[in-house]
Design a protein around this ligand. Structure first.
Ligand code: PLP
Length: 387
């Protein structure tokens, strides 16, 4: 169905940060399939792991123990410092699991209709519950009635959450992105997540982080919350976890680790041997290549490169980023820059929130490729604003 309006190009193959179209033209990928292919395209060790596991065992269902899934769970809980994990197939599904956990937690506290605090400009997915949690009217339009039980507050405003607590005595959880991706690469103040943590502790709420976009090294930490001395009760992953193989995960700390029991949630495909082997290999490759540290270093260089190249350019409102999640906010809508980048610069970029050029290059990007992206994007933006 026509759920997308694709650009007039299709890629036949890729290698690292490069993609090739049918005519053999090469493109530099500064989008990674929307924060998915952190290891770039056709990573040899990952391709080999996929082939090897496919030759051995692809799927058996969760009615049986799955060694590959248990190995992946061990790796993930170790790097996140969390207790347990539920595997699914997408970011929206991971958020669905979190929403169900919040409701279980609320019911356990005796609330008839538990509420979840969510943010303006957030994005949590396209299923009915996750689009209801999403703070974007366009995503919800036409799909009413929405799922009930969400209280919306401005992002980066702990006072607004406190005010919601004064008004509602049946809040069970807060669900928030550590950095809003689709909403425009919005980076909150340093104190925001710690403030949410202490509110959740004070009120016995679950602190639930949607790290679907920010997780897996993207922001220069394995997970964005790790900049702070805190842990969430629930953390969701997808995107970069499988590098293009569809897999999602909902991790929990002690407070939420016994809310689900046999029969209360499930997934046919979630955590199957193939998906689990792929994700475990992704983690191994990120670890052995020091790619989290590399994302931090490359991101810093790209950010300062953009700041230098676009300094004093009228129409550039803000240049911000963390690790390899970078946004250049303009003072006007600029969606056409996506096809201009493709045609003029042979670059894959994105525009989100209408006026924010978003860069999400793969973690494996070389210094030279990063410089090339910065130069190309700066040229495009200057041409757009000044032409
Ligand atoms: N949560 C966040 C923060 C996202 O950025 C996205 C996708 O962009 C989702 C959830 C939904 O993920 P999926 O498309 O895998 O369902």
């Amino acid at each position: 169905m026509r759920t997308y309006a694709p650009l007039p190009v299709s890629f036949t193959h890729g290698a690292g940060a490069w993609l090739w179209d049918k005519d053999g033209t090469d493109y530099l990928d500064a989008l990674s399939g929307i924060a998915v292919c952190g290891l770039g395209h056709a990573h040899p060790a990952l391709s080999e792991a996929i082939a090897a596991q496919a030759r051995k065992l692809t799927h058996v269902s969760n009615l049986y123990h799955i060694d590959e899934q248990e190995a992946l769970a061990d790796k993930l809980t170790a790097i996140a410092g969390m207790e347990r994990v539920f595997f699914c197939n997408s970011g929206a599904e991971a958020n669905e699991a979190a929403i169900k956990l919040a409701r279980l937690h609320g019911h356990a506290r005796g609330f008839a209709a538990p509420k979840i605090v969510v943010c303006e400009n957030s994005f949590h997915g396209r299923t009915l519950a996750t689009l209801s949690a999403t703070g974007n009217k366009k995503v919800q339009q036409g799909f009413e009635p929405l799922v009930e039980g969400f209280i919306r507050v401005p992002f980066n405003d702990p006072g607004a959450i406190e005010a919601a607590a004064a008004e509602h005595d049946d809040i069970a959880a807060v669900l928030v992105e550590p950095i809003q991706g689709e909403g425009g690469v919005n980076i909150p103040d340093e104190g925001y997540l710690p403030a949410i943590r202490s509110l959740c502790d004070r009120h016995d709420w679950l602190m639930m982080l949607d790290e679907v976009q920010t997780g897996m090294g993207r922001t220069g930490q394995w997970f964005a919350f790790q900049r702070h001395d805190l842990k969430p009760d629930v953390m969701n992953l997808a995107k970069g976890l499988g590098n293009g193989f569809p897999i999602g995960a909902c991790l929990v700390g002690v407070k939420a680790s016994d809310l689900f029991g046999p029969g209360s949630h499930g997934s046919t495909f979630g955590g199957n041997p193939l998906g689990s082997r792929v994700a475990a290999t992704v983690i191994d490759i990120i670890e052995s290549g020091n790619l989290v540290e590399q994302a931090e270093a490359r991101g810093k260089a790209m950010l300062s490169g953009l700041q230098t190249a676009l300094r004093d350019v009228a129409g550039v409102r803000d240049i911000r980023g963390r690790g390899l999640m970078i946004g250049v906010e303009l003072d006007r809508p600029c969606a056409e820059l996506v096809s201009a980048a493709l045609q003029q610069e042979k670059l894959l970029i994105n525009v989100t929130a209408g006026n924010v050029v978003r860069l999400l290059p793969p973690l494996i990007i070389t210094r030279e490729q990063a410089d090339r992206i910065v130069a190309g994007v700066a040229r495009l933006i200057k041409g757009f604003l000044q032409g």
